[in-house]
Write a protein of this length. Structure first.
Length: 236
């Protein structure tokens, strides 16, 4: 076999492997891509959508009517949530730093949300009376409106590839307990691996995010380690 052909073959193999290792673009990871999503009352990647529908049908047979509260959110959508909360909290008299700390109890900085990936979904039991604010941890406690939903998800969600992201495990840092937020592991685990290789500081500095002047090096390091990475270990 000619030496030149061997060299070309090796270059092609290396390039092909590299492309396979980088399945998702930076735009996809920060909610600025143009992906194709599936679902009527939700937006998920095809594989995640199909798994979710199987899970929803199984739950319905057991008397649980899964209702989607939120799924894919793009960068601008997340930026709107962030801006509204920041403005509201600072108008209430909070300092910028305090407002930011308050926001990241439950909401992400634009460009860092798992909801950008089309793998994560916020769900409740739509067959029960809906509280004014459905996404409250107390609603999932024993004897409360979504307790049976929580029990069903605890017992069955993993069988369909979905895992709770922000658990109630003692000592976990970052975002508070969210018994409604599930992630489709077969895809989100790969996307997290790629996301971890990104320079979060550089990305945030390029975006015009209100309050961004207070994203110090120390804050970004803690936010990455705690809010982005201190999640259910099974999703890492």
């Amino acid at each position: 076999m000619p030496k030149s052909f061997i060299i070309l073959f090796l270059l092609f193999a290396i390039n092909g492997y590299s492309q396979g290792a980088s399945e998702y673009s930076k735009a996809d990871l920060i909610g600025k891509g143009n992906p194709i999503f599936h679902g009527d009352d939700h937006k998920l990647q095809k594989e995640a959508h199909e798994a979710f529908e199987k899970m929803r049908n199984a739950a319905l047979k057991d008397g649980i009517k899964i209702r989607v509260v939120s799924s894919y959110r793009g960068f601008e959508h997340q930026k709107g949530i962030w801006t509204r909360k920041y403005n509201r909290f600072t108008k209430q008299g909070m300092s910028p730093q305090t407002a930011i700390s308050k926001i990241i109890e439950y909401s992400t900085i634009p460009g860092t949300s798992r909801h950008h990936w089309g793998t994560d979904i916020d769900i409740v039991d739509g067959g029960m009376p809906q509280p004014k604010s459905v996404l409250e941890p107390s609603h999932f406690s024993e004897g409360k409106v979504f307790y049976n939903f929580k029990k069903w998800m605890d017992a069955n969600a993993n069988n369909f590839g979905f895992y709770l992201v922000y658990t109630s495990v003692d000592g976990r840092k970052g975002f508070k307990y969210e018994p409604w937020h599930f992630s489709y592991k077969p895809i989100s685990q790969k996307m997290l691996m790629q996301y971890k290789a990104m320079d979060i500081k550089e990305m945030l500095q390029k975006e015009k995010i209100v309050g961004g002047d207070y994203f110090t090096d120390e804050f970004i390091k803690a936010y990455r380690n705690e809010n982005i990475l201190d999640i259910n270990p099974k999703l890492k």
